[in-house]
Write a protein that binds this ligand. Structure first.
Ligand code: SAM
Ligand code: DTB
Ligand code: SF4
Length: 330
C-alpha cells in the first residue's frame, strides 16, 4: 500500500539519511520502483527571462547585483525569443520549460504582464510551464494560474537555522508564505534546495523535514549541488561529494515517494556512473540544455547518450494530471 506520510519527525529522517549507504540506496530504489516508472525521467529546460541585477543577497547567487560576477545582465526577453526557446526545448524532449527572473518579488507592473503573456504563449505549445520569479502574493499566483502556469519553483534552499547565514534580505517565513500562496492558487509546487552551502547534516535533515511535512508534498523537489561562482561569497566553497548528493536524493525519495526528485545544478561535475547512482536512488528529473540560468550544464547530446546507456527515457508533459486527460480525450 502506498504510504504518503506528512508527519515525519526529524529523528526518523536523520536515521534514514545516516543509514549505511548501500542500505539507503537499496531502500530508496525499492520505494522508487514501487511508486514510479523508474525508467522514466522528466526533463525540464531553463530560460532566464531577466538576468542579473537582483537586489537580494543570496550568497550563492551569481545574479545578485551586489556581487561582482561575470553574469551578463539583461532586461526582459522578447516574447518571440521565449517562444522559440520553448519550441526548441519541446523538440529536444523537454516536457517542461521553467522561466526564471532575477527578482526579489513579483510586482504588478508591465514586466509581470509580459510574463503572463509568455506563460500563455508557452502553454499553448503543450509543454508544462513553470516560473521562478521570487516572492509573490495570492492574487499574483492566481493570475499566473489563469494564464496557464503549471508549476511554480520557490526553493527553501536549506534549513531555517542555516538560512540566515546564507541570505539576510528575506526570511524563511517569507519563503513559506509564497509557497502557501502558490498552493492556494492550485498551482503545483516545486521546492527544494542546495547542498554544499556549508550546512550540517542536521540542516539537510531540517530542510527535508520541512518539505516532507507540508500539508501536501511538493510535486517536485530539486536537489541542487552548489555551483560555486567567482565573485559570490561562496566562490571558494568546496564541492559536495557524490555520496552526500546520493544520500540527499535517496532520503528525499524515501520520505516523498511520489514526488519528482530533480537532480538539478551541479551535474556538469558528475560522471555518468555517479548520475546513474542518483537515478537508481530515485532521482527522476533533470534540467537539460547547455545552460542552467547562467552557469553551464551538460549538453543535450551527452544527456541523450547517458539516457541511452542507462535505458532511461523522457516523460511526456502533463503526466497523470487533469490536463493530460483533456489532451487525451479531446
Ligand atoms: N529569484 C528567484 C528566487 O530566488 O526564487 C528565482 C531565481 S533563483 C536563481 C532560483 C534558485 O536557483 C535559487 O533558489 C537557488 O536554489 C538556485 N541557485 C541559484 N544559484 C545557484 C548556484 N550557484 N548553485 C546552485 N543553485 C543555485
Ligand atoms: C532550481 O532548483 N535550480 C535551477 C532552477 N531551480 C531555477 C536554477 C539553478 C541555478 C544554478 C546557477 C545558475 O545557473 O545561475
Ligand atoms: Fe535574486 Fe533569486 Fe539570485 Fe536570490 S537566488 S539573488 S532572489 S535571483
Amino acid at each position: 500500500m502506498l504510504m504518503i506520510k506528512n508527519n515525519w519527525t526529524k529523528k526518523e529522517i536523520s536515521e534514514i539519511y545516516n543509514r549505511p549507504l548501500l542500505d539507503l540506496v537499496f531502500e530508496a530504489a525499492s520505494i522508487h520502483r514501487k511508486n514510479n516508472d523508474y525508467s522514466e525521467v522528466q526533463i525540464s529546460s531553463l530560460i532566464s527571462i531577466k538576468t542579473g541585477g537582483c537586489p537580494e543577497d543570496c550568497s550563492y547567487c551569481p545574479q545578485a547585483a551586489r556581487y561582482n560576477t561575470d553574469v551578463n545582465t539583461h532586461g526582459m526577453m522578447k516574447l518571440e525569443e521565449v517562444k522559440q526557446v520553448a519550441q526548441a526545448a519541446k523538440d529536444g524532449g523537454s516536457s517542461r520549460l521553467c522561466m526564471g527572473a532575477a527578482w526579489r518579488e513579483v510586482r504588478d507592473n508591465r514586466d509581470f504582464d509580459k510574463v503572463l503573456e509568455m506563460v500563455k504563449t508557452v502553454n499553448a505549445l503543450d509543454i508544462e510551464v513553470c516560473c521562478t520569479l521570487g516572492m509573490l502574493n495570492y492574487e499574483q499566483a492566481q493570475k499566473l494560474k489563469d494564464a496557464g502556469l503549471f508549476a511554480y519553483n520557490h526553493n527553501i534552499d536549506t534549513s531555517e537555522e542555516h538560512y540566515k547565514n546564507i541570505i539576510s534580505t528575506r526570511t524563511y517565513d517569507d519563503r513559506l508564505k509564497t509557497i502557501e500562496n502558490v498552493r492556494k492558487a492550485d498551482l503545483t509546487v516545486c521546492s527544494g534546495g542546495i547542498v554544499g552551502l556549508g550546512e550540517t547534516v542536521e540542516d539537510r535533515v531540517g530542510m527535508l523535514h520541512l518539505l516532507a511535512t507540508l500539508p501536501k508534498h511538493p510535486e517536485s523537489v530539486p536537489i541542487n549541488a552548489l555551483v560555486p561562482v567567482k565573485g559570490t561569497p561562496l566562490e571558494n566553497q568546496t564541492r559536495v561529494s557524490i555520496w552526500d548528493m546520493l544520500r540527499m536524493i535517496a532520503t528525499t525519495r524515501i520520505i516523498m515517494p511520489k514526488t519528482v526528485v530533480r537532480l538539478s545544478a551541479g551535474r556538469l561535475e558528475m560522471t555518468v556512473p555517479e548520475q546513474a547512482l542518483c537515478f537508481m536512488a530515485g532521482a527522476n528529473s533533470i534540467f537539460a540544455g547547455d545552460k542552467l540560468l547562467t552557469t553551464p550544464n551538460p549538453s543535450t547530446q551527452d544527456d541523450m547518450q547517458m539516457f541511452e546507456t542507462l535505458g532511461l527515457h523522457a516523460r511526456k508533459a502533463f503526466k497523470g494530471t487533469e490536463r493530460e486527460k483533456e489532451v487525451v480525450t479531446n
